[in-house]
Design a protein around this ligand. Structure first.
Ligand SMILES: *Cc1c(COP(=O)(O)O)cnc(C)c1O
Length: 552
């Protein structure tokens, strides 16, 4: 540690914080016999919680979770402080650096309401530089305020809650460079939704830059309470002295690690794509009602609007039991709407009289499957084929699954992390089981009605496929592959995949395949199954069984 740096951060902190030594809570439990922390030697009931170590205090910053967050945010673990939400990170930042009755913070309202509260609780005076009328930060005003006042922390939010605008990167850079004794906080609670990306790459250049990030919004963990401050290590170390002991309960660590498992990341990606396209849909549809005067562009998962008729807007939404955020106490006539699932947004547009038709149920299902051999997440969308992303680590198998999605007319996001160092068996089988289960859930009560078939010619090959979504699994396969493998894919895994699929989906699948080329034969099976599934999952007016073309 460089001595100058140490002096720099300590000099900024409240003298009381700089002056004491951190409470020495016990570190993570080791394999020693622990008789040091007055804990219970027994794990709590019910039986089976032994591995959870609920009877042992957790580390202040649990290493496995910190490593996961380090890779998620692309910042070394020693530059991260994890607390009960970004809210706690903001609170701890001000408690570490703002002396009550003495230090000032700068805020650009309207912005995140908790900025004011955290400052007031800590007794810091608030200097306000309001956003400009087009809701951008008043850059000249902020620079001037920093010249006129001693300011300890500038509290910015990008994208800003509730206006949805992002702050210019170059402006933050200038602020950091020109005000070395002021902490420049940028709350990035919504940055995952923004096309502009995080400022975390600037942390190495500016020791006075502090970012906050949260798992509450983009990662769906608001009820778990986990958020971070990202900053220079000296700042983090001072904040860790203020952060209460054991702020990360073991169930929180487990829940976050599960939600951020490698196999879950494809699900987050698929949801983000939906979120962004739904935001675009609302931005283009909402102006069509005369209940709304204007809407603001947004880089986040919400939209701020000014009502033309406040009472009518609220009563229209109340009829559909839809609640939006009322901002009128802060900005006259304004409300904020969070972007929901596609069907939620359709209901909103219906409530506002923008669309007449009944909101359609979107048939989406997710399946997570974790065993000793594989870690799988699958998301199928039977009503929107636009999103197909597959990664099993087996190139040929990915290509085959794409064929099912494409020819079946469904969206499919699938990630499998399996024991490929042994062979592909578990990955292929477990993928079939998870995919079949997701399909079954997405089909809901429409399963069990259809019987479909398809003949798939491919060069010299022909595959005949018949599927009956009867609810009763059965599998018949006729075919001999001329070679044992295609690339790293064992040909015998082709019938095995469909056997497992038939079991998990509750379907009778019959395949007849003839040909001279194993690649073509396998591909024809996957395409044919996709084609046979297509009418089974379509909700079109004609759900008749198509011409059987000699099969069934
Ligand atoms: C929601 C929100 C937070 C809170 O994050 P938690 O991690 O849930 O505490 C922080 N900042 C802004 C701007 C928010 O909108």
């Amino acid at each position: 540690m460089n001595n100058d740096d140490f002096t720099w951060a300590n000099a900024l902190a409240r003298p009381a914080i700089a002056g004491f030594k951190a409470y020495s809570a016990r570190g993570a439990s080791t394999d020693a016999l622990h008789m040091d922390a007055n804990e219970s030697p027994w794990s709590p009931p019910p039986a089976g919680t032994r591995e959870s170590e609920y009877n042992r205090y957790p580390a202040q910053q649990p290493p496995a979770l910190m490593n996961r967050l380090a890779s998620l945010y692309g910042v070394p673990a020693e530059n991260i402080m994890l607390g009960r939400g970004a809210d706690e990170a903001l609170d701890v930042l001000l408690r570490t650096f703002c002396e009550s009755g003495q230090d000032n913070v700068l805020i650009c309202p309207p912005s995140f309401g908790y900025f004011d509260i955290a400052a007031q609780v800590q007794g810091a005076a608030i200097i306000k530089v309001p956003l400009t009328t087009d809701s951008g930060v008043d850059q000249t005003g902020v620079k001037q305020a920093l010249k006129d006042n001693a300011i300890k922390v500038v509290m910015l939010c990008s994208p800003n809650n509730p206006t949805g605008n992002s702050i210019d990167r170059a402006f933050v850079k200038t602020l950091c460079a020109d005000n070395p004794d002021t902490l420049i906080l940028v709350d990035e609670a919504y940055v995952e939704f923004s096309p502009h990306g995080s400022l975390c790459d600037m942390l190495t250049d500016f020791r006075n830059l502090v970012l906050t990030r949260t798992l509450s919004k983009a990662y769906g963990l608001a009820g778990v309470r986990a958020g971070v401050a990202l900053a220079n290590q000296e700042i983090i170390n001072l904040m860790l002295k203020v952060l209460p002991p054991y702020p990360v309960p073991r169930p929180v660590e487990q829940a976050v690690l599960k939600a951020l498992a490698p196999s879950a990341m494809a699900v987050h990606d698929a949801r983000m794509a939906i979120w962004q396209s739904e935001r675009a849909r609302l931005l283009s549809e909402l102006p069509k009602t005369n209940l709304i005067e204007s809407i603001y562009p947004s880089d986040a998962n919400f939209i701020l609007l000014k009502a033309a008729n406040e009472d009518k807007l609220l009563s229209s939404l109340a009829r559909f039991n839809i609640k939006i955020r009322d901002f009128r106490s802060k900005i006259p006539g304004h409300f904020r709407i969070s972007v929901g699932m596609p069907e939620d947004n359709s209901l909103l547009l219906q409530a506002l009289g923008i669309t007449a038709q009944e909101a359609k149920d979107v048939r989406v299902a997710e399946e997570f499957r974790t065993t000793k051999e594989t870690d799988i997440s699958v998301r199928v969308n039977l009503d929107d084929p636009s999103n197909v992303s597959i990664d099993t680590g087996l190139g040929f198998f990915d290509h085959m699954l794409e064929q099912i999605a494409k020819h079946g007319g469904m969206g499919l996001t699938l990630k499998c992390a399996g024991d490929l160092h042994i062979d592909s068996h578990h990955s292929v089988e477990d993928t079939a089981l998870a995919f079949g289960a997701a399909l079954k859930t997405a089909l809901g009560n429409k399963a069990g009605i259809g019987r479909y078939g398809f003949v798939m010619p491919m060069d010299e090959t022909q595959a005949k496929v018949a599927i009956d979504l009867s609810g009763r699994p059965a599998f018949v396969f006729n075919g001999n592959f001329p070679s044992e493998t295609v690339g790293e894919f064992a040909a015998e895994m082709c019938p095995h995949f469909f056997l497992s699929l038939s079991q998990a989906l509750g379907a009778s699948i019959q395949i007849d395949v003839k040909g001279d080329n194993t690649h073509h034969m396998i591909e024809a099976c996957f395409k044919g199954v996709g084609r046979a599934l297509r009418p089974a999952i379509s909700l079109g007016p004609s759900t008749d069984i198509p011409s059987t073309k000699g099969v069934i």
